[in-house]
Design a protein around this ligand. Structure first.
Ligand SMILES: [Zn+2]
Length: 258
């Protein structure tokens, strides 16, 4: 399934390259940026540094860069406050966003491996065989499914979890991951590329538009943590995210003949 999606994506990219120049006006595109955690939920902690603070700093830089490109931007949180996970994607749906980007930092529990585990990863929502994730997804979709019978329910759930949104989220994740890597490597050539991966993250379930979760690096890795808390590195991550989303939206506009 994953391989097929990649082939589809490559085809779209190839087709996109042969198309005529596309208007670069992004004023109609609203981007929802979700800084993970906040308030009593500090997220991961590395040497006394909090994920919630790091991702808010990066989210602000991402927002500024999008605005400079003419996009409209909405932040799920603008300061150190807690927002329930289910509320975050509901905000994206209510705001009629083009894409939803959740920003997080990674961590591992094993102290002995802190120095070895590092890198940037981008996740997109993918159907899972895990029963718990299935239940979460079904609960999120309950409102849509209320008035339908059993058979249609399965058809709808299947189309929600396997439909165009998944393919679009996959394409968005690949574009964003590639462009973040390109951007951060201008500062450091040794940043590890963790790739674009499928994942049943709760925060992404229920978002009715292309949705990704960026893990900007490991807060538990001393070298990566030091970089992550500098303004220069945060700026490169932000620029990469904006370049990736822009590439995705431009290709999308070409696909649907805008
Ligand atoms: Zn997180």
């Amino acid at each position: 399934m994953f391989k097929m999606l990649i082939v589809v994506n490559i085809l779209f990219v190839l087709l996109g390259c042969n198309q005529a120049h596309v208007e670069m006006n992004h004023s109609d595109s609203l981007i929802v940026i979700d800084a993970g955690h906040g308030g009593h939920d500090s997220g991961a902690i590395g040497a006394g540094k909090y994920e919630k603070n790091l991702v808010l700093q990066i989210a602000h830089k991402v927002a500024k860069n999008f605005k400079n490109m003419g996009y409209k931007v909405y932040l799920t949180r603008d300061d150190d406050r807690f927002i329930k996970l289910s509320g975050r994607t509901k905000i994206a749906d209510r705001q009629d966003a083009k894409v939803f980007i959740s920003i997080h930092a990674n961590a591992i529990a094993d102290k002995n491996r802190f120095a070895q585990v590092e890198g940037i990863e981008t996740y997109f929502l993918q159907k899972t065989r895990d029963a718990r994730s299935q239940r979460i997804a079904e609960k999120e979709n309950a409102a849509v499914l209320k008035d339908t019978d059993g058979l249609s329910k399965h058809v709808i759930i299947d189309s929600v979890l396997n439909g165009p949104k998944i393919i679009e989220s996959n394409k968005l994740a690949i574009d964003v991951q590639n462009n973040i890597m390109k951007s951060v490597k201008k500062l450091y050539s040794d940043v590890r590329n963790g790739g674009a991966k499928p994942a049943p993250f709760y925060v992404l379930v229920g978002a009715s538009r292309p949705s990704i979760l960026v893990e900007v690096g490991y807060i538990t890795n001393p070298k990566e943590r030091a970089r992550l808390f500098t303004s220069e590195y945060q700026e490169q991550i932000a620029k990469g995210i904006v370049a990736g989303v822009t590439r995705y939206i431009n290709n999308r506009k070409q696909e649907i003949g805008f």
